[in-house]
Structures are given as C-alpha cells and as structure tokens.
Design a protein around this ligand. Structure first.
Ligand SMILES: *Cc1c(COP(=O)(O)O)cnc(C)c1O
Length: 403
C-alpha cells in the first residue's frame, strides 16, 4: 500500500462524521466465526455484524455466488429486471405466506416501503381518514425519518424538525394498551415478532395473537418487522412461522444478505397491487450482485439441517451462560430465541453491559449489547460448536475480570 498516512482508529475521528463510536479494533479479515484485526489478533465472532453475518465470514457458497455474479453483470437499475432478483423473489414467495416481493437495500428502506404501502392501501381501499400507525415503545425499525418515528425511542427521532404524523406507540406485551389506541382509523400495526434492539423481548402467545385479531377487527394491516428475527435467526426461516400468526406485510434485511446489503418487503397480491407503477422505487433495490448472494444465503439456511443446528447451538449458549452465571452471579435472566440471545445483567451490574463487551473484546470474543443492561449474542447460524465453547471460555475470563 502506498498511503502517506496511517489507517487506524485515530483516522476515523479525523475524516468521519462523528455519529458512531467504533471500537478501537479494526478487523481486516474473517473466516467462519473467527476474525483477525490489523495486529493479527484473533477473535471469536459472537456479534455477526449485528445479526447480519448469518453464515459467518467468507462462507464458500456466498463467496462463490458473489464471484460468479461479479463476472457476469453488477447493476442494471429497475428499468430492467434481472435473473438473480427473479430467482430470489421466487424462492422467498415459495417459502413464505407472501405472493409478491419488493427489494430494497436495508432494513430501514424495507420498512419505509412497508409503511408507504400500508398508507397507500388504506387510502385506496378505505379513504383518507385511515392513516394511524400503531407501533411499540422500545421498538426499532431503522433510521429514515418515517421509520425512526415509528420506532419507539423518541430520543432517536427528536431534533430533526416536524415528524411524519399520526404515529402512536403502545406497550409491547400489553394488549390493553393496543386496544386503547386502535380504531377503524388505524391503517397498520408495525411490530417486531421479538424486540431486538429494544432488549430481546419475546411476545407472549396471547399478545401476538391478540394483535392479529385486533387488526382483523379494525381492517388494519399487520406488518412484521423481521429485519433482525428473519433469515433463520430464531430457528424457522421467519419468526412468524412459529407464532401461529401470519402478517400482511413482512420485512427482511440483515441476515438476508449474509453481509451484502439487501432488504425485502413481502406481501400478498391483494395488498401489493396498491404499489402501482411509479408509486415507489429504488435505484439499487434488487441489484443482481445483492440478489445473487442472498439467493445463496436462502439456499443454505432454508434447510432442516441449519434450522435444527440453530436450536442445538442456542442450547449450547444457554447452558454455557448459565454455567458462567452459577460461578459469578451476574445475570438475572438469559432470554431470547434461537441464536438471538440476551444475557440480562442483575441488579449489581446495572448499566454495565458495555464494560462486559469491552472486556470480552480484550479477551478475544466479539459480543453485542441491547441497551445498557443486556449483553446480546447474534452469531453465525452455522458457528462451529468448538467456536461457541472457545468464545464462551474467553467470555468467562472477561466476566471474571469485570466482576
Ligand atoms: C437493524 C434493524 C432495522 C434497520 O435496518 P438497517 O439495515 O440498519 O436500516 C430495522 N428493524 C429492525 C428490527 C432491526 O433490527
């Protein structure tokens, strides 16, 4: 390399907008669930790029798909369609409730499309009064102005001037709080079928089924944001499949591309028809490179072996974390589903999740947090069992040094 400057963490502060506070570590390569930094220090990856790298790093099927498509055609725009997008859409439709797919480049964009579709559907079918969107406190749906306003943390949407209107928030797992808000003017309810960023909160059976019934009673659409829960993370291809509740619109991103940016909105023919020619669009959405990689992701993860593996690996984590807790008494609860796991710190360690994360990094294991009190694990769905054992051993050392 011929740079006349050092590529290091200090350079970030010099040349990047200061909206992030990245780790001091700069990873340069990865293989499976192991990652190496600039100093060639090795880490076990329990973070998965925030629930994105569902097949770890440089999975041969994904590298193969990217190389193959990279030598054929990269980009066309939506003035033309392309083979990878058509194949991926067909596979998504064949494996879910949906009949139609819209491609985007991220979770936020997929949710933006879902919300705009719901508003347009309501206008077309029920008239201009049906605009209310109900979402949930602590929910997270992305950072565009519409999606961040629908998300349940005002701190993220305040300070940018007037917000998109007619958006209200209920309490997750409190059906009465939804009943208090819903009416025939409700256009849609947007919900995560397990709150991720908001603290790894599973819905109760009664709550999630009740939300579906309330939507039915008031002719409102049910939108499942499966950006974090989808692509096999909880076990089934999508979380709704285990809940006995089918949404009207579902969004997917993160794991869908296994590390290549892509998002998708899935819905039925009857609803999709309201996104008529010209109503919405994206230059890159459905880009051939992204769709080729995503197709390879689906081919690998939508199999009984991988889905059974998620269950078995989740149990390894739960057993390992319980064993650590038995020694050090740091967690009040281990929760989540599949390979989206939250270790909730007990009263003695409130607000200290980041300290555990930093200590874990120093011991050579990458973790995540979900708020100030929860350490989150979102590893590859095919992480080798040996890597789980080794990563948890390193995590235990970090816990020992932090308590
Ligand atoms: C990460 C996330 C998003 C936002 O996705 P981006 O790709 O960052 O735009 C939306 N919803 C949920 C549930 C998420 O976890």
């Amino acid at each position: 390399m011929s740079e006349q400057f050092s590529v290091n963490r200090e350079l970030f502060d010099d040349v990047m907008v200061p909206n992030y506070a990245p780790s001091a570590v700069i990873p340069v390569r990865g293989q499976g669930s192991r990652v190496w930094d600039q100093q060639d220090k090795e880490y076990v990856d329990f973070a998965g790029g925030i629930a994105v790298n569902c097949l770890g790093h440089c999975h041969p099927a994904l590298v193969g798909a990217l190389k193959e498509q990279g030598e054929k055609i990269w980009h066309l725009s939506n003035v033309m369609t392309n083979e990878p997008a058509l194949r991926l859409a067909k596979k998504l439709v064949d494996s879910t409730f949906a009949d139609k797919v819209y491609f985007a480049n991220s979770g936020a964009e997929s949710n933006e499309a879902a919300l705009k579709l719901a508003r347009r559907w309501a206008l077309d079918v029920h008239g201009s009064d049906k605009t209310q969107i109900i979402a949930f406190n602590q929910g997270f749906h992305g950072r565009t102005f519409f999606t961040v306003t629908v998300g349940g943390q005002a701190a993220y949407s305040d300070g940018f001037g007037p917000k998109p209107g007619d958006i209200v928030h209920a309490e997750y797992n409190n059906l009465d709080s939804v009943k208090a808000l819903i009416s025939d003017k409700t256009c849609a309810i947007m919900i995560e079928p397990l709150q991720g960023e908001g603290g790894i909160v599973s819905p109760t059976d009664e709550f999630i089924k009740g939300v579906r019934e309330l939507c039915n009673e008031h002719n409102a659409l049910l939108i499942f944001d499966e950006v974090q829960t989808g692509a096999g993370r909880l076990g089934p291809l999508y979380a709704y499949m285990d809940l006995g509740v089918t949404p009207d619109i579902l969004t997917s991103a993160k794991g869908l591309g296994g590390g290549f940016p892509i998002g998708a909105m899935l819905t039925t023919t009857d609803i999709a028809k309201h996104l008529k020619i010209g109503t919405h669009g994206s230059t890159y959405g459905g880009n051939p490179l992204a769709c080729a990689v995503s197709e390879a992701v689906i081919d690998v993860i939508n199999t009984p072996q991988v889905q059974a593996g998620v269950k078995a690996k989740a149990q390894l984590y739960i057993d390992g974390l319980n064993a650590i807790n038995a020694k050090y008494n740091v967690f009040k609860e281990i929760r989540g589903k599949g390979l989206l796991i939250g270790a909730v710190l007990n009263e003695n360690y409130q607000g200290k999740a980041k300290e555990f994360l930093i200590a874990a990094m120093a011991e050579g294991v990458m973790t995540l947090i979900a708020g100030a009190n929860i350490i989150r694990f979102a590893p590859s769905l095919v992480i080798p069992d040996e890597d789980i054992v080794e990563g948890l051993a390193r995590f235990e050392k970090a816990v020992a040094k932090t308590v």
